[in-house]
Design a protein around this ligand. Structure first.
Ligand SMILES: C[S@@+](CC[C@H](N)C(=O)[O-])C[C@H]1O[C@@H](n2cnc3c(N)ncnc32)[C@H](O)[C@@H]1O
Length: 404
Protein backbone atom coordinates (compact mmCIF):
# COMPACT_ATOMS: atom_id res chain seq x y z
CA UNK A 1 0.00 0.00 0.00
CA UNK A 2 1.53 3.33 -1.11
CA UNK A 3 1.29 5.75 1.78
CA UNK A 4 3.61 7.74 4.01
CA UNK A 5 0.95 8.87 6.47
CA UNK A 6 0.18 6.71 9.49
CA UNK A 7 -3.39 7.92 9.84
CA UNK A 8 -3.98 7.15 6.18
CA UNK A 9 -2.64 3.67 6.82
CA UNK A 10 -5.02 3.20 9.76
CA UNK A 11 -7.94 4.37 7.65
CA UNK A 12 -6.96 2.02 4.82
CA UNK A 13 -6.73 -0.86 7.28
CA UNK A 14 -10.21 -0.14 8.61
CA UNK A 15 -11.59 -0.08 5.07
CA UNK A 16 -9.72 -3.25 4.12
CA UNK A 17 -11.19 -5.00 7.17
CA UNK A 18 -14.78 -3.71 7.09
CA UNK A 19 -15.40 -2.24 3.64
CA UNK A 20 -15.89 1.39 2.60
CA UNK A 21 -16.58 3.86 5.42
CA UNK A 22 -19.00 6.78 5.44
CA UNK A 23 -17.53 10.22 4.91
CA UNK A 24 -18.62 11.02 8.48
CA UNK A 25 -16.45 8.18 9.77
CA UNK A 26 -13.56 9.37 7.59
CA UNK A 27 -13.94 12.92 8.93
CA UNK A 28 -14.14 11.61 12.50
CA UNK A 29 -10.77 9.89 12.06
CA UNK A 30 -9.14 12.64 9.99
CA UNK A 31 -10.03 15.39 12.47
CA UNK A 32 -10.42 13.64 15.83
CA UNK A 33 -8.29 10.51 15.93
CA UNK A 34 -6.95 10.88 19.50
CA UNK A 35 -3.29 11.08 18.52
CA UNK A 36 -3.13 11.61 14.76
CA UNK A 37 -6.28 13.59 13.99
CA UNK A 38 -6.03 17.13 12.70
CA UNK A 39 -7.58 18.67 15.82
CA UNK A 40 -5.38 16.53 18.06
CA UNK A 41 -2.35 18.20 16.48
CA UNK A 42 -1.95 15.70 13.65
CA UNK A 43 1.23 13.69 13.14
CA UNK A 44 3.37 16.78 13.84
CA UNK A 45 1.55 17.92 17.01
CA UNK A 46 1.12 21.37 15.47
CA UNK A 47 -1.39 24.08 16.36
CA UNK A 48 -4.03 23.97 13.61
CA UNK A 49 -5.79 27.30 14.30
CA UNK A 50 -4.44 30.85 14.18
CA UNK A 51 -1.88 32.68 12.08
CA UNK A 52 0.67 29.88 12.48
CA UNK A 53 -1.94 27.24 11.68
CA UNK A 54 -4.12 26.63 8.64
CA UNK A 55 -6.68 29.37 9.09
CA UNK A 56 -7.58 32.14 11.51
CA UNK A 57 -10.88 32.74 13.28
CA UNK A 58 -12.54 35.90 14.60
CA UNK A 59 -10.62 35.73 17.86
CA UNK A 60 -7.34 36.16 15.96
CA UNK A 61 -8.43 39.41 14.36
CA UNK A 62 -9.15 41.61 17.34
CA UNK A 63 -9.83 41.42 21.09
CA UNK A 64 -12.80 43.67 20.39
CA UNK A 65 -14.63 40.62 19.06
CA UNK A 66 -14.30 38.98 22.49
CA UNK A 67 -15.24 42.20 24.26
CA UNK A 68 -18.47 42.39 22.24
CA UNK A 69 -19.30 38.79 23.12
CA UNK A 70 -18.45 39.57 26.75
CA UNK A 71 -21.11 42.30 26.65
CA UNK A 72 -23.55 39.67 25.37
CA UNK A 73 -22.61 37.26 28.18
CA UNK A 74 -22.94 40.08 30.67
CA UNK A 75 -26.42 40.88 29.32
CA UNK A 76 -27.45 37.24 29.76
CA UNK A 77 -26.26 37.35 33.38
CA UNK A 78 -28.37 40.45 34.01
CA UNK A 79 -31.38 38.91 32.27
CA UNK A 80 -31.03 35.86 34.53
CA UNK A 81 -31.31 38.12 37.58
CA UNK A 82 -27.58 38.41 38.29
CA UNK A 83 -27.07 34.97 39.88
CA UNK A 84 -24.18 34.68 42.37
CA UNK A 85 -22.66 31.94 40.23
CA UNK A 86 -22.78 32.25 36.46
CA UNK A 87 -21.44 29.43 34.30
CA UNK A 88 -20.14 30.05 30.80
CA UNK A 89 -19.26 26.96 28.81
CA UNK A 90 -17.45 27.19 25.52
CA UNK A 91 -17.44 23.96 23.50
CA UNK A 92 -14.79 23.93 20.79
CA UNK A 93 -12.76 26.47 22.75
CA UNK A 94 -9.54 25.62 20.89
CA UNK A 95 -6.78 27.78 22.33
CA UNK A 96 -9.06 29.40 24.94
CA UNK A 97 -8.43 32.91 23.64
CA UNK A 98 -12.06 33.98 23.90
CA UNK A 99 -12.11 33.07 27.60
CA UNK A 100 -9.11 35.32 28.21
CA UNK A 101 -10.69 38.21 26.37
CA UNK A 102 -14.02 37.82 28.16
CA UNK A 103 -12.25 37.81 31.50
CA UNK A 104 -10.18 40.83 30.55
CA UNK A 105 -13.40 42.69 29.83
CA UNK A 106 -15.19 41.44 32.95
CA UNK A 107 -12.38 42.47 35.30
CA UNK A 108 -12.03 45.95 33.89
CA UNK A 109 -15.65 46.80 32.99
CA UNK A 110 -17.95 44.67 35.16
CA UNK A 111 -16.24 43.54 38.41
CA UNK A 112 -19.50 42.45 40.03
CA UNK A 113 -20.22 40.17 37.10
CA UNK A 114 -16.60 38.95 37.22
CA UNK A 115 -17.12 37.76 40.78
CA UNK A 116 -19.94 35.47 39.56
CA UNK A 117 -18.24 34.29 36.37
CA UNK A 118 -16.95 30.71 35.99
CA UNK A 119 -15.72 29.85 32.50
CA UNK A 120 -15.31 26.26 31.32
CA UNK A 121 -13.47 25.33 28.14
CA UNK A 122 -14.36 22.17 26.25
CA UNK A 123 -12.55 20.79 23.28
CA UNK A 124 -12.26 17.38 21.67
CA UNK A 125 -8.49 17.58 21.65
CA UNK A 126 -7.26 14.86 24.00
CA UNK A 127 -6.46 16.09 27.53
CA UNK A 128 -3.17 14.13 27.32
CA UNK A 129 -1.96 15.43 23.97
CA UNK A 130 1.09 17.71 23.60
CA UNK A 131 -1.16 20.21 21.78
CA UNK A 132 -3.54 20.46 24.73
CA UNK A 133 -0.62 20.76 27.11
CA UNK A 134 0.89 23.61 25.07
CA UNK A 135 -2.48 25.36 24.94
CA UNK A 136 -3.03 25.00 28.68
CA UNK A 137 0.41 26.46 29.42
CA UNK A 138 -0.03 29.42 27.06
CA UNK A 139 -3.50 30.18 28.39
CA UNK A 140 -2.43 29.91 32.04
CA UNK A 141 0.28 32.50 31.41
CA UNK A 142 -2.19 34.82 29.71
CA UNK A 143 -4.80 34.43 32.49
CA UNK A 144 -2.19 35.15 35.15
CA UNK A 145 -1.19 38.34 33.32
CA UNK A 146 -4.81 39.47 33.28
CA UNK A 147 -5.28 38.58 36.95
CA UNK A 148 -8.03 35.97 36.51
CA UNK A 149 -8.76 34.17 39.80
CA UNK A 150 -7.66 30.53 40.03
CA UNK A 151 -11.23 29.17 39.74
CA UNK A 152 -12.16 31.60 36.94
CA UNK A 153 -11.32 29.30 34.02
CA UNK A 154 -11.09 25.53 33.86
CA UNK A 155 -10.86 22.86 31.18
CA UNK A 156 -13.85 20.50 31.32
CA UNK A 157 -14.64 17.18 29.71
CA UNK A 158 -18.26 17.40 28.52
CA UNK A 159 -21.37 19.51 28.59
CA UNK A 160 -23.25 19.05 31.88
CA UNK A 161 -26.82 17.80 31.90
CA UNK A 162 -29.40 20.28 33.02
CA UNK A 163 -28.01 21.87 36.15
CA UNK A 164 -26.37 24.91 34.67
CA UNK A 165 -27.46 28.54 34.96
CA UNK A 166 -25.54 30.57 32.44
CA UNK A 167 -24.55 30.52 28.80
CA UNK A 168 -23.08 28.28 26.15
CA UNK A 169 -21.03 29.97 23.48
CA UNK A 170 -19.48 28.25 20.46
CA UNK A 171 -17.61 29.74 17.54
CA UNK A 172 -16.89 27.66 14.44
CA UNK A 173 -17.53 24.32 16.09
CA UNK A 174 -20.59 23.06 14.21
CA UNK A 175 -18.85 23.31 10.82
CA UNK A 176 -16.19 20.89 12.07
CA UNK A 177 -18.61 18.13 13.11
CA UNK A 178 -18.32 14.93 11.07
CA UNK A 179 -20.83 14.97 8.24
CA UNK A 180 -22.28 12.43 5.84
CA UNK A 181 -22.15 13.24 2.13
CA UNK A 182 -24.92 12.37 -0.30
CA UNK A 183 -25.50 12.51 -4.05
CA UNK A 184 -28.79 12.43 -5.92
CA UNK A 185 -29.04 9.71 -8.57
CA UNK A 186 -32.35 8.98 -10.31
CA UNK A 187 -35.01 8.58 -7.66
CA UNK A 188 -32.40 7.78 -5.00
CA UNK A 189 -30.26 9.62 -2.56
CA UNK A 190 -26.96 7.74 -2.56
CA UNK A 191 -24.31 8.11 0.08
CA UNK A 192 -20.68 8.92 -0.70
CA UNK A 193 -18.29 6.52 1.00
CA UNK A 194 -14.53 6.45 1.28
CA UNK A 195 -13.01 3.33 -0.28
CA UNK A 196 -9.57 2.25 -1.53
CA UNK A 197 -8.67 1.68 -5.17
CA UNK A 198 -6.50 -1.11 -6.54
CA UNK A 199 -3.37 1.00 -5.91
CA UNK A 200 -4.29 1.46 -2.25
CA UNK A 201 -5.36 5.12 -2.56
CA UNK A 202 -8.38 6.59 -0.82
CA UNK A 203 -11.18 7.28 -3.26
CA UNK A 204 -14.80 8.35 -3.12
CA UNK A 205 -17.44 5.73 -3.92
CA UNK A 206 -21.21 6.14 -4.17
CA UNK A 207 -23.47 3.44 -2.72
CA UNK A 208 -26.85 2.94 -1.07
CA UNK A 209 -27.29 5.13 1.98
CA UNK A 210 -26.14 3.60 5.26
CA UNK A 211 -29.26 4.98 6.93
CA UNK A 212 -32.65 6.25 5.80
CA UNK A 213 -32.01 9.17 8.15
CA UNK A 214 -30.11 10.95 5.37
CA UNK A 215 -33.09 11.25 3.03
CA UNK A 216 -35.41 11.82 6.02
CA UNK A 217 -33.21 14.72 7.06
CA UNK A 218 -33.53 16.48 3.71
CA UNK A 219 -37.27 15.77 3.68
CA UNK A 220 -37.59 17.10 7.24
CA UNK A 221 -36.08 20.40 6.16
CA UNK A 222 -38.27 20.43 3.03
CA UNK A 223 -35.41 20.21 0.55
CA UNK A 224 -36.92 19.23 -2.83
CA UNK A 225 -33.89 17.10 -3.71
CA UNK A 226 -35.96 14.67 -5.83
CA UNK A 227 -36.50 17.49 -8.34
CA UNK A 228 -32.80 18.30 -8.51
CA UNK A 229 -30.51 17.11 -11.34
CA UNK A 230 -28.57 13.87 -11.02
CA UNK A 231 -25.14 14.42 -9.47
CA UNK A 232 -26.41 17.04 -7.00
CA UNK A 233 -24.33 16.67 -3.84
CA UNK A 234 -24.80 17.83 -0.28
CA UNK A 235 -23.64 17.26 3.28
CA UNK A 236 -26.00 15.94 5.93
CA UNK A 237 -24.63 16.51 9.40
CA UNK A 238 -26.63 14.36 11.78
CA UNK A 239 -23.98 15.04 14.44
CA UNK A 240 -24.91 18.75 14.51
CA UNK A 241 -28.48 17.93 15.53
CA UNK A 242 -27.23 15.65 18.29
CA UNK A 243 -24.72 18.25 19.49
CA UNK A 244 -27.34 21.01 19.62
CA UNK A 245 -29.60 18.74 21.69
CA UNK A 246 -26.69 18.34 24.14
CA UNK A 247 -26.27 22.10 24.29
CA UNK A 248 -29.97 22.50 25.02
CA UNK A 249 -29.94 19.83 27.70
CA UNK A 250 -26.97 21.40 29.46
CA UNK A 251 -28.94 24.50 30.40
CA UNK A 252 -31.38 24.71 33.30
CA UNK A 253 -31.75 28.42 32.62
CA UNK A 254 -29.80 30.54 30.23
CA UNK A 255 -28.86 31.09 26.61
CA UNK A 256 -26.75 29.66 23.82
CA UNK A 257 -24.93 31.63 21.14
CA UNK A 258 -23.70 29.70 18.13
CA UNK A 259 -21.61 31.49 15.51
CA UNK A 260 -20.59 29.83 12.27
CA UNK A 261 -20.78 29.98 8.52
CA UNK A 262 -23.93 28.47 7.13
CA UNK A 263 -27.51 29.10 6.13
CA UNK A 264 -31.03 27.99 6.78
CA UNK A 265 -31.85 24.73 4.98
CA UNK A 266 -33.79 26.56 2.26
CA UNK A 267 -30.74 28.64 1.36
CA UNK A 268 -28.15 25.96 1.90
CA UNK A 269 -29.63 23.07 -0.06
CA UNK A 270 -30.49 24.88 -3.27
CA UNK A 271 -30.59 23.35 -6.74
CA UNK A 272 -27.73 25.63 -7.81
CA UNK A 273 -25.36 24.63 -5.06
CA UNK A 274 -24.79 21.34 -6.78
CA UNK A 275 -21.36 20.50 -5.38
CA UNK A 276 -22.21 20.92 -1.70
CA UNK A 277 -20.05 22.94 0.67
CA UNK A 278 -17.36 20.53 1.82
CA UNK A 279 -13.96 22.24 1.95
CA UNK A 280 -10.43 21.34 2.99
CA UNK A 281 -7.90 23.90 4.24
CA UNK A 282 -4.18 23.81 4.69
CA UNK A 283 -1.95 26.79 5.43
CA UNK A 284 -4.64 29.35 4.63
CA UNK A 285 -5.24 27.77 1.22
CA UNK A 286 -8.23 25.87 -0.05
CA UNK A 287 -7.29 22.31 -0.95
CA UNK A 288 -9.32 20.58 -3.65
CA UNK A 289 -8.92 17.04 -2.34
CA UNK A 290 -10.66 16.36 0.99
CA UNK A 291 -9.37 12.77 1.09
CA UNK A 292 -5.73 13.82 0.75
CA UNK A 293 -3.41 13.82 3.75
CA UNK A 294 -5.89 12.90 6.50
CA UNK A 295 -4.82 14.52 9.77
CA UNK A 296 -2.86 17.23 7.99
CA UNK A 297 -5.68 19.40 6.68
CA UNK A 298 -8.92 20.81 8.03
CA UNK A 299 -12.27 19.59 6.74
CA UNK A 300 -15.38 21.68 7.08
CA UNK A 301 -18.90 22.07 5.72
CA UNK A 302 -21.47 24.86 6.02
CA UNK A 303 -23.87 24.58 8.92
CA UNK A 304 -27.58 23.99 8.42
CA UNK A 305 -28.92 26.48 10.97
CA UNK A 306 -32.49 25.20 10.50
CA UNK A 307 -31.28 21.90 11.94
CA UNK A 308 -29.68 23.62 14.97
CA UNK A 309 -32.86 25.61 15.60
CA UNK A 310 -35.15 22.57 15.22
CA UNK A 311 -32.97 20.41 17.42
CA UNK A 312 -32.63 23.12 20.05
CA UNK A 313 -36.39 23.57 20.10
CA UNK A 314 -37.02 19.84 20.37
CA UNK A 315 -34.82 19.85 23.48
CA UNK A 316 -36.43 22.80 25.21
CA UNK A 317 -34.75 25.92 23.81
CA UNK A 318 -36.60 28.84 22.30
CA UNK A 319 -35.36 30.96 19.43
CA UNK A 320 -34.29 34.45 20.49
CA UNK A 321 -32.68 35.52 17.24
CA UNK A 322 -30.95 34.34 14.10
CA UNK A 323 -28.86 37.05 12.52
CA UNK A 324 -25.41 37.76 11.10
CA UNK A 325 -22.24 38.22 13.10
CA UNK A 326 -21.94 41.78 11.70
CA UNK A 327 -25.41 42.67 12.93
CA UNK A 328 -24.80 41.11 16.35
CA UNK A 329 -21.41 42.76 16.87
CA UNK A 330 -22.71 46.11 15.71
CA UNK A 331 -25.57 45.94 18.17
CA UNK A 332 -23.14 44.92 20.88
CA UNK A 333 -21.28 48.19 20.34
CA UNK A 334 -18.09 46.98 18.65
CA UNK A 335 -17.75 50.15 16.62
CA UNK A 336 -18.32 52.45 19.60
CA UNK A 337 -15.59 50.61 21.47
CA UNK A 338 -13.28 50.91 18.46
CA UNK A 339 -13.77 54.67 18.38
CA UNK A 340 -13.25 55.00 22.15
CA UNK A 341 -10.07 52.91 22.11
CA UNK A 342 -8.67 54.79 19.14
CA UNK A 343 -9.26 58.12 20.89
CA UNK A 344 -7.59 56.84 24.07
CA UNK A 345 -4.62 54.98 22.58
CA UNK A 346 -3.91 56.96 19.44
CA UNK A 347 -4.62 60.59 20.37
CA UNK A 348 -2.23 62.08 17.81
CA UNK A 349 -3.72 60.29 14.80
CA UNK A 350 -5.65 63.40 13.75
CA UNK A 351 -3.99 66.30 15.53
CA UNK A 352 -0.35 65.55 14.64
CA UNK A 353 -0.35 63.86 11.28
CA UNK A 354 2.84 65.71 10.31
CA UNK A 355 4.90 64.32 13.24
CA UNK A 356 6.26 60.81 13.53
CA UNK A 357 4.18 60.02 16.63
CA UNK A 358 1.11 61.30 14.77
CA UNK A 359 1.89 59.05 11.81
CA UNK A 360 2.47 56.09 14.06
CA UNK A 361 -0.87 56.67 15.79
CA UNK A 362 -2.53 57.07 12.42
CA UNK A 363 -1.21 53.71 11.21
CA UNK A 364 -2.08 51.91 14.43
CA UNK A 365 -5.57 53.31 14.39
CA UNK A 366 -5.97 52.18 10.78
CA UNK A 367 -4.88 48.69 11.77
CA UNK A 368 -7.39 48.60 14.65
CA UNK A 369 -10.21 49.78 12.40
CA UNK A 370 -9.31 47.39 9.59
CA UNK A 371 -9.50 44.40 11.91
CA UNK A 372 -12.96 45.45 13.07
CA UNK A 373 -14.06 46.12 9.48
CA UNK A 374 -12.95 42.59 8.64
CA UNK A 375 -15.10 41.21 11.47
CA UNK A 376 -18.05 43.12 10.03
CA UNK A 377 -17.33 42.32 6.36
CA UNK A 378 -20.60 40.86 5.00
CA UNK A 379 -18.65 38.74 2.49
CA UNK A 380 -16.37 37.35 5.19
CA UNK A 381 -16.62 36.96 8.95
CA UNK A 382 -19.43 39.50 9.20
CA UNK A 383 -21.59 37.23 7.04
CA UNK A 384 -21.27 34.37 9.52
CA UNK A 385 -24.56 33.51 11.16
CA UNK A 386 -25.24 34.07 14.85
CA UNK A 387 -27.95 32.01 16.49
CA UNK A 388 -29.26 32.82 19.96
CA UNK A 389 -31.56 30.40 21.77
CA UNK A 390 -32.67 30.50 25.39
CA UNK A 391 -34.37 28.49 28.12
CA UNK A 392 -36.20 29.17 31.33
CA UNK A 393 -35.91 32.93 31.43
CA UNK A 394 -38.57 34.93 29.57
CA UNK A 395 -36.43 38.08 29.90
CA UNK A 396 -33.95 36.46 27.52
CA UNK A 397 -36.38 36.61 24.62
CA UNK A 398 -35.32 40.12 23.74
CA UNK A 399 -31.69 39.48 24.44
CA UNK A 400 -30.58 41.34 21.35
CA UNK A 401 -31.68 44.65 22.80
CA UNK A 402 -30.47 44.04 26.32
CA UNK A 403 -26.80 44.71 26.00
CA UNK A 404 -26.75 48.42 26.71
C1 LIG B 1 -12.65 25.44 13.90
S1 LIG B 1 -12.06 25.15 15.50
C2 LIG B 1 -12.57 26.63 16.32
C3 LIG B 1 -11.82 26.95 17.58
C4 LIG B 1 -12.25 28.21 18.32
N1 LIG B 1 -13.63 28.19 18.69
C5 LIG B 1 -11.96 29.46 17.51
O1 LIG B 1 -12.90 30.18 17.16
O2 LIG B 1 -10.78 29.73 17.26
C6 LIG B 1 -13.21 23.92 16.06
C7 LIG B 1 -12.86 23.32 17.40
O3 LIG B 1 -13.98 22.58 17.87
C8 LIG B 1 -13.51 21.41 18.52
N2 LIG B 1 -14.63 20.46 18.57
C9 LIG B 1 -15.20 19.80 17.56
N3 LIG B 1 -16.25 19.06 18.00
C10 LIG B 1 -16.36 19.28 19.32
C11 LIG B 1 -17.25 18.85 20.33
N4 LIG B 1 -18.26 18.01 20.05
N5 LIG B 1 -17.06 19.29 21.59
C12 LIG B 1 -16.05 20.15 21.88
N6 LIG B 1 -15.16 20.61 20.96
C13 LIG B 1 -15.32 20.17 19.69
C14 LIG B 1 -12.32 21.01 17.69
O4 LIG B 1 -11.45 20.14 18.39
C15 LIG B 1 -11.69 22.36 17.37
O5 LIG B 1 -10.76 22.75 18.33
Amino acid sequence: METDNTLETLICQEIAANGPISFARFMELALYHPTLGYYSGGPDGREPVGWAGDYFTSVDLSPLWGHALARWLHAVWRALGEPARYEVIEPGAGRGLLAATVWEYALSEAPQWASALRYTLLDRVSAHSPLRHAREQALATRLAQIGVPADGVRWGEALPTGEMVGAVIANELADALPTHCVVKQGADLLELYVAIDERGRLIEQAGSASTSELANYLDRYRVPWRTYPDGWRAEVCLAAEAWMAEVARSLARGAALIIDYGETAQRLYTRDRRHGTLLAYRQHQLVERPLAQPGRQDLTAHVNFSALIASGRASGLRLAEYTTQAELLTRLGIWEETVAIAARLYPYAESERHTSRGQLDYLRRASLRNAVRELLNPHGLGGFRALVMHKGAPGLRKLASLQK
